[in-house]
Write a protein that binds this ligand. Structure first.
Ligand SMILES: C[S@@+](CC[C@H](N)C(=O)[O-])C[C@H]1O[C@@H](n2cnc3c(N)ncnc32)[C@H](O)[C@@H]1O
Length: 499
């Protein structure tokens, strides 16, 4: 009786769509588990952040955030750079550290897929993020490869590409390129090409949680079928484009078995000589096996190697992930001619002449004591120009994918201006605090104005000449972007999107 009363009380707090989905999922779980799930669903989801490993050490940095903002944090058990933060969400997104790309606000469960790859065996991997926008998982991949190898971040939606560009720039990613293709393009045009492929598939998002960024919506059965077909096609392409012994992660943020176990099962049936389903259960501290029965169909015993994260297991939204290893190549199709005919990136950009390259090295050395030459060598980047803009672009891109149609690649480093260079915001935000000189520390009283994007009128920058570009920091050593020293003020060069 009291159980019934409690269940009704809980149900009344859940949206009709969640209740409807729960009715269907009830049979997949034991009674205890189902009660845990429903009890959990009425609790608010705790926001989480992932620290940018390209810019700092996660433990030290989260420590400084805790002190500065009085955050109460708890580590995400399957991602060492992820932390739940007990603080109002608006505060988490309003900090300068967030705006400057020192951490990413990401649902804890979205930190899982990238953690499932075994990167250790491949120090300079080629990675395809097949459905990448807005780029949360691409930034995670970039952290994992630590400026080595190459990531192709692709998304089919042109309208979502700009967000991807901004997020990668803000994160300070250099070893990546962006493409805008249907994911099936890679399987057709680039068989056996990547060491790792992440397919974070478009899905119904039936994850039982409503958040600020999305709420569950009604899905018709025909829409679900269409989604499952699209997912299967993309997964086939992912398997085709990965190299033999390479890994593919299939992830969705839905608990709908048609888009999860059924897709995995279909691809296993179809490609049983080509792939194996890997056991990734050891990547989690608590078991979260995928289903072997979904109310209407049975799946192979193997399916338990994949992960189905019911929200109550780790206090997240619902999620599904599976990892495959390719054991042999699929018979090659010849590449279509359209691929070869497409305009290559190097037609729009030209490689920087040796003397111009040296001049830029020298500029960074004399203005900031920063060794650009060493950085380019270490990360296997070369310098390219388009008009007056100079970019550092991964050499692997031209070696391995010379005709891949790109939206953008690498990082914008500087602009040629009369008498010198203007280093880019992205470059300064990534490396500014490593400069030996050319830094200017602002008084606390000026920080508010600076972060609102205002120039500092009457500011006298001792030690610097008019026209110098300086890295602004505060007394805590936080990187606050670029400033230009003028006779009557310090000009604020923070990009307007940051304030
Ligand atoms: C779940 S979201 C990806 C989220 C992203 N991985 C992240 O972590 O920020 C799915 C993405 O798939 C893209 N998409 C949909 N159909 C696609 C296709 N056929 N090929 C490639 N991308 C596709 C959508 O535009 C959407 O950005």
């Amino acid at each position: 009786m009291s159980n019934h009363y409690t269940n009704n009380k809980i149900n009344n707090q859940l949206s009709p769509l969640v209740q409807q989905a729960l009715e269907r999922y009830r049979t997949f779980l034991s009674r205890d588990e189902f009660t845990q799930l429903t009890t959990f669903l009425i609790k608010p989801i705790i926001p989480s952040v992932r620290i940018n490993l390209l810019k700092q050490d996660p433990k030290e940095f989260i420590g400084s955030l805790k002190m500065r903002y009085r955050w109460e944090v708890q580590p995400v058990p399957f991602c060492s750079s992820g932390f739940w933060v007990k603080s109002p969400p608006e505060e988490i997104s309003a900090t300068i550290e967030h705006r400057m790309g020192f951490y990413y606000i990401q649902e804890a469960v979205s930190m899982l897929p990238v953690e499932l790859f075994d990167f250790a065996k491949n120090p300079k991997p080629l990675i395809l993020d097949m459905a990448a926008s807005p780029g949360g998982k691409t930034t995670h991949l970039a952290d994992k490869i630590g400026d080595q190898g190459l990531i192709i971040a692709n998304d089919a939606s042109r309208s979502r590409i700009q967000a991807l560009r901004v997020i990668l720039e803000n994160w300070g990613v250099m070893n990546a390129a962006i493409t805008c293709q249907n994911g099936s393009y890679f399987g057709e045009q680039y068989p056996d090409s990547f060491d790792y492929v992440l397919l974070d598939a478009p899905c119904s998002m039936e994850n039982l949680r409503n958040s600020a960024s999305h709420s569950m919506r009604a899905i018709t059965s025909s829409e679900r079928r269409q989604l499952a077909n699209r997912q299967l096609n993309l997964l086939r392409s992912a398997i085709r484009t990965v190299k033999p012994s390479g890994q593919v992660i299939y992830a969705t943020c839905t608990l709908s078995p048609e888009e999860d176990e059924a897709v995995v099962s279909a691809v296993l049936d179809e490609m049983q000589d080509i792939i194996t389903l890997d056991d990734v259960s050891t990547k989690l501290p608590t078991p979260a096996p995928a289903l072997r029965w979904d109310g209407s169909r049975r799946y192979p015993d193997d399916m338990e190697k994949a992960l189905r994260l019911w929200p109550h297991i780790f206090g997240t939204s619902g999620f599904f992930s599976a990892r495959f290893t390719k054991i042999q190549s699929i018979k090659k199709k010849s590449r279509s001619s359209t691929h070869q005919e497409r305009a290559s990136f190097s037609k729009r950009f030209s490689q920087l002449q040796k003397k111009d390259t040296k001049s830029l090295w020298q500029y960074f050395q004399t203005s900031y004591g920063f060794n650009l030459e060493q950085l380019l060598e270490r990360q296997m980047l070369s310098l390219w120009s388009r008009g007056k803009e100079i970019w550092a672009i991964p050499i692997l891109l031209f070696e391995i994918f010379p005709t891949l149609p790109l939206v953008s690649a690498g990082m914008h480093i500087a602009k040629i201006i009369p008498g010198g260079y203007l280093p880019s915001h992205a470059f300064i935000a990534r490396f500014g605090t490593q400069f030996q000189f050319g830094n200017l520390t602002l008084e606390d009283s000026l920080i508010g104005k600076w972060l609102r994007g205002e120039d500092l009128a009457g500011y006298e920058a001792k030690d610097y000449k008019r026209g110098n570009i300086v890295v602004i920091t505060d007394k805590k050593g936080r990187n606050l972007g670029r400033g230009k020293v003028l006779t009557d003020r310090l000009k604020n060069l923070l990009p307007s999107r940051l304030f």
